[in-house]
Design a protein around this ligand. Structure first.
Ligand code: IVH
Length: 672
């Protein structure tokens, strides 16, 4: 009976370890989380009933026990050495030459591996059971972090072999996967705790926790890359065989390990891993080359604290520290104001960086970046470099805080930041050269002033040649200005001038839309035109007036007020009118009193005299809105012959149903 329990416990431990391996090491689980939990709980129950059978390397012991007051010190029997670095192909060639010379051979086989950017760890297994885990420390003495190591699910508690070495020390790197790092920082942010600067810091901070429950919650990972001291086992003859052996014992070994020949093989591997660096699920800072044959390694030997048979070929640093000389702002194509750090030039990942984006005001506050600070700058791929963190210990006493300017550095218009928005914006709109191309393109677009043939490329050329500063300048262009432009023959220049001339006759709605006021799309422009009837009333409108317009809320009203409050924008509007842009003030102010203002209509069936479009135009002219489908928001359904489902739906919802005669009556009322 007792033997049965012992067997069951052993079986459960083995199964749990196996499923851990499937899940955390090879990333192909065989059973569901629920099934795993069931096995886990069965083992827990048996261990509780038989405490004498509990062992520290049981899978139930991973969750993290009591907190420590300090870490005990551990001496490494075989010192944990460091690697020399190579930063260039020439240094790799020199390394290979030294190796070749030392053993009087050429075309050496090298075991090649990623250089994991985490922290070195030594694990000791006795009779196949994990008994201790220690940090590298100074290479001779490290800290005992066994309780924390046990929480790392990728590290087997028991080696998957019936014939383990009596004692083996396995070395590798503890790290945090990029995805887990991002998640951790989200949690930190949510809990108003400090974010970690990178996965390595996060891994180090998590492993050196006195409370293993914290480590357990952080989701650390591990890769094995070597063996230290070993007893009761015949070491294989090659490093690559050794790592393969570790993998068969279910230790995680990176998929990217390989064996290559000579310098050409090394440099090719460096390129290959470099190319996949961004896509790897973990951070690496280079690759490591090791002479594969262990006998050759012994022959080549060590120098000071590093092996001569191995070297780390580092990637150019992706992060560097430099000084913030100043912070100023850039204006984007939509007027967004982005603060930019002007930096003392620094090499980051092989590229000289002098600017870094600070995103927005809140980000500067959050990271507490000040002018005069030393900052860590990161460059990831081709994206704009960014400031990761401040080196607070180096902050000079006269470091200055950034103050968002009140005026656009490009056009002098006001900068505003609306409540609930993180981005500050230049209100210069059409006037601001930084926004000019975008604004001109919008102005000329089909639904705005509809200037045929004035596309993005042409606008770019015109602005770059300083032919056009703002839309009113378009109406001053002559043939001579245009023919000088790329791909602009006389004929097309003439066509363009005709199109520009034609655009002068427009509608108030199109004109308002063309101004490019933030939040004022085509429909809002139509609503505004209908409500105010003329431009002057719109310009003079206060917030209360604006809020009367259908679908205009506080945000839109504010954007309109701000736009017209900016003298530059008023100037552009005046210049446009002076250039001859005009429209018919179709709807006088009395539209405001229309009984139909803001009413929502649906038209269905065939009307006796009016076409649908005519009816729609009349309704819209009276301030009503015409939509396609009947809903609770519909005020009237205008019904003609052969009306179908829309009519029955209106009846169901109890919506007013009118015919053409009633419509004409209603329309007539407004002139009374
Ligand atoms: S072998 C005697 N292999 O690099 C050499 N180290 O500078 C022992 N590292 O402390 C290390 N990836 O933290 C080796 N594939 C790899 C590695 C690696 C990262 C780290 C390790 C070590 C440091 C040496």
């Amino acid at each position: 009976m007792f033997a049965d329990i012992q067997n069951r416990i052993a079986e459960l431990r083995q199964q749990l370890e196996y499923h851990n391996y499937r899940y955390y090491v090879v990333d192909t689980p065989e059973i569901s989380d629920a099934e795993y939990d069931q096995l886990f709980r069965e083992l827990q129950a048996l261990e509780q009933a038989h405490p004498d059978l509990l062992i520290p390397s049981s899978p139930t012991q991973r969750v993290g026990g009591a907190a420590l007051s300090e870490f005990a010190q551990v001496s490494h029997i075989t010192p944990m050495l460091s690697l020399n670095n190579a930063f260039s192909d020439a240094e790799v060639q020199a390394f290979d030459k030294r190796v070749c010379d030392a053993i009087d051979l050429v075309d050496i086989n090298y075991a090649v591996e990623p250089k994991f950017d985490g922290l070195a760890i030594s694990l000791v297994y006795e009779q196949g059971q994990l008994v201790s885990g220690a940090t590298r420390g100074d290479g001779y003495v490290g800290e005992d972090v066994t309780a924390n190591i046990r929480t790392i699910r990728a590290i087997p508690m028991t080696l998957a072999t019936a014939t383990p070495p009596s004692r083996i020390e396995i070395r590798g790197e503890v790290l945090m996967l990029k995805a887990d790092f991002i998640k951790l920082n989200q949690v930190q942010l949510k809990n108003q705790l400090k974010e970690f600067a990178n996965p390595r810091n996060a891994a180090a901070g998590s492993l050196r926790q006195l409370d293993p429950r914290i480590t357990a919650a952080r989701g650390l990972h591990f890769f094995a890359y070597g063996v230290g001291q070993c007893e009761g086992w015949d070491m294989p003859s090659h490093h690559s065989q050794m790592t393969q052996q570790l993998a068969t014992w279910h230790l995680p070994v990176a998929r990217q390990v390989a064996v290559v020949v000579g310098v050409a093989g090394l440099l090719d591997y460096y390129q290959r891993i470099g190319n996949m660096r961004e896509q790897l699920p973990f951070d690496i800072d280079g690759v490591v080359y090791k002479v594969d044959d262990l006998a050759q390694q012994a022959q080549i030997g060590y120098i000071a604290r590093a092996p001569k048979f191995a070297i780390a070929h580092k990637f150019p640093a992706q992060e560097a520290t430099t000084l913030v000389l100043d912070i100023d702002v850039q204006v984007g194509r939509t007027g967004a104001i982005t603060p930019v750090a002007r930096l003392a030039p620094v090499l980051v990942g092989g590229v000289t960086v002098t600017n870094a984006t600070l995103h927005n005001e809140d980000e500067i506050l959050r990271k507490d970046i000040r002018i005069g600070d030393s900052v860590n700058v990161r460059r990831a791929g081709d994206v704009i470099p960014e400031v990761v963190s401040v080196v607070l210990s180096r902050r000079p006493v006269d470091a200055r805080r950034f103050v968002m300017p009140t005026r656009c550095p490009v056009c002098g218009s006001h900068i505003v930041r609306l409540e609930n928005e993180t981005i500050a914006r230049c209100t210069g709109g059409l006037y601001c050269p930084a926004q000019r191309k975008q604004a001109l393109w919008h102005f000329a677009s089909r639904r705005a002033m509809d200037i045929d043939g004035l596309g993005e490329k042409l606008i770019e050329q015109m602005v770059d040649a300083d032919l056009v500063q703002h839309p009113a300048d378009l109406y001053r262009l002559g043939l001579l200005n245009l023919v000088g432009l790329e791909r602009m023959a006389e004929k097309s220049a003439q066509n363009l001038l005709v199109a520009i001339e034609k655009s002068k006759h427009t509608t108030l709605a199109r004109f308002i839309y063309a101004l490019g006021i933030r939040h004022v799309g085509e429909q809002t422009a139509k609503d505004l035109a209908r409500y105010f009837g003329n431009l002057d009333s719109l310009i003079k409108a206060d917030e209360l007036n604006l809020l009367q317009v259908p679908d205009v809320g506080g945000v839109v009203a504010n954007a309109i007020l701000q736009f017209f409050a900016e003298p530059h924008n008023r100037t552009v509007v005046d210049l446009l009118c002076a250039a001859g842009v005009h429209w018919d003030d179709a709807m006088p102010d009395n539209v405001v009193n229309s009984a139909l203002l803001g009413k929502v209509f649906v038209i269905t069936g065939t009307l006796p005299t009016l076409s649908r479009d005519e009816a729609k135009a009349k309704l819209e002219a009276a301030g009503a809105k015409v939509t396609g489908s009947v809903s609770k928001k519909t005020d009237y359904v205008l019904v003609g012959a052969d009306a179908g489902s829309k009519l029955s739906k209106a009846q169901d919802l109890g919506i007013a149903i009118i015919d053409e005669v009633s419509l004409l009556n209603l329309l007539g009322q407004q002139h009374d």
